[in-house]
Write a protein that binds this ligand. Structure first.
Ligand code: SF4
Length: 449
């Protein structure tokens, strides 16, 4: 019987728009993209130019600090454009799909060859194939360092939130490939491979997994987050690292190692209050948002988020799903200002502080929009951040240490345990981007080494 870890702190996100669990086939996207910002601390060097023909798996970008870390094309076709931002920063490399795709070939491996793979050979294969970035490490949530084996590896097989794809559904019928992935991970660490699954998970790929220590996780958001699961199952001590990978990424990694070909498949959940058809869609890595959302959204000005509701990234409707993301969430932009809103009973308003009467009516879901319903104010000491923060840090004091640039104090407050769930920002009565402040602090510590 696997141990169940119940995480008490967090927040039940009473947001409307959960996707149904049936997987539908999405139309083949005309374009896909890689976005270097998906990889934290990755400094991209472009390896292709517009108009180049590429295969699925052709390297498009390499890390200036470690050229072994590459981002490869998720499709065969042509480099349609390289989208740049301020100071010519590379934001997207967009690939126009060919009618018939070709693949970079790294050679297939049979079961014996897979078993005989050494750690070094496996690392080399993953680096060359562009699958290494799917392994990330705590602290810092950056790409795993191929030169330093971790204390443990955690496979996160839970949805990030109620709007995410549930691996318990996606992994049905994929038992063999998933187990191969777990076996491969065991080669990369002298420690334990942990498997984090939901408290009600039933898929045999998860419940019958071998060679791992399984932990069932229960609790409100963000209990499904790999960083939270590491914090409770196998926290790294100072100087140690723990690697992690999400279930669909492990499936793709295992298929690549077996077949020697880039694995393009990805199931994405489309949900949120502004979505008419909330479903899971089988599509491909880096798919265009349009290929998933076309004809399925409500009218009006909408915000699209790739990834988790509270910690995902805002993307334009012409944008692309992020490398690690398995969900697209859409809500209405709320720009209107309500007259004397503070004095209204707020029967339909979401609140985490019982500010509105709606909280006493026991409503289970709210069709949230992006309206903050208030403006920036000073920090108020209320203990609200600590009441939802899933780890043992003091968000308010830590944020103040970040604003003062005091690295020692940030570390004393445990900033590196922050899982960047965004809850402190979500509940902040002063409308302060507390989570972003903490993220700046983490980046500063990384920079200062
Ligand atoms: S401090 Fe970090 S872990 Fe805690 S609520 Fe804020 S973002 Fe989440």
């Amino acid at each position: 019987m696997p141990t169940t870890i119940s995480i008490r702190r967090g927040l039940d996100l009473k947001i409307a728009g959960r996707p149904a669990s049936k997987i539908l086939e999405a139309p083949r996207p005309a374009r896909t993209a890689v976005q270097p910002d998906d990889l934290r601390y990755f400094r991209p060097r472009l390896l292709v130019k517009e108009g180049d023909a590429v295969k699925a798996g052709t390297p498009l970008l390499e890390d200036k600090d470690d050229p072994r870390i590459v981002l490869v094309s998720p499709a065969g076709g042509t480099v349609a454009s390289v989208h740049r931002g301020e100071r010519r920063k590379i934001l997207e490399v967009i690939i126009e799909l060919a009618g018939e795709e070709t693949f970079e070939e790294h050679g297939a491996l049979d079961d014996d060859a897979l078993q005989g793979l050494t750690r070094e050979a496996l690392t080399e294969r993953l680096l060359k194939g562009g699958f290494w970035p799917l392994l990330r490490q705590r602290p810092f949530a950056c790409v795993a360092n191929p030169d330093t084996p971790p204390k443990a590896i955690l496979v996160c097989a839970t949805p990030q939130d109620d709007f995410d794809t549930d691996p318990d559904i996606v992994l049905r019928g994929q038992e063999k490939d998933f187990q191969s992935g777990l076996d491969l991970l065991a080669k990369l660490t002298d420690g334990t491979v942990f498997l984090g699954i939901g408290k009600n998970a039933q898929c045999p790929a998860l419940t019958d997994a071998k060679g791992v220590e399984t932990r069932r996780f229960a609790g409100p958001y963000p209990a499904g987050d790999p960083a939270v699961q590491i914090y409770y199952a196998c926290p790294p001590k100072s100087g140690e690292t723990v690697w992690y990978i999400r279930a669909q990424d492990l499936l793709a990694l295992a298929r690549f190692v077996k077949t020697g070909r880039y694995s393009t498949e990805r199931v994405i959940a489309l949900g949120g209050p502004a979505v008419k058809e909330r479903q899971l869609f089988k599509t491909r890595v880096g798919a265009s948002i349009e290929s998933i959302t076309d004809g399925r959204l409500e009218e009006g000005e909408l915000r699209v988020v790739s990834g988790s509701v509270l910690s995902g990234r805002k993307v334009p409707r012409t944008g692309f799903v992020g490398l690690y993301d398995t969900a697209v969430f859409v809500l209405r932009e709320g720009r209107e200002r309500e007259l004397l809103s503070f004095f209204m009973p707020g029967l339909n308003k979401y609140t985490t502080t019982n500010t509105y009467l709606g909280s006493f009516l026991g409503k289970s879901e709210y069709a949230l929009d992006t309206n903050l319903r208030g403006s920036l104010r000073n920090f108020t000491q209320s203990g609200i951040y600590e009441s939802v923060c899933p780890v043992d840090i003091w968000p308010e004091q830590t944020a103040k240490a970040v604003l003062a640039g005091d690295i020692e104090e940030m570390e004393q407050h445990g900033i590196l345990d922050c899982v960047e769930c965004g809850l402190c920002t979500f509940v902040c009565p002063s409308k302060i981007e507390v989570g972003s402040i903490l993220r700046d602090g983490i980046d500063l510590i990384r920079k200062e080494g």
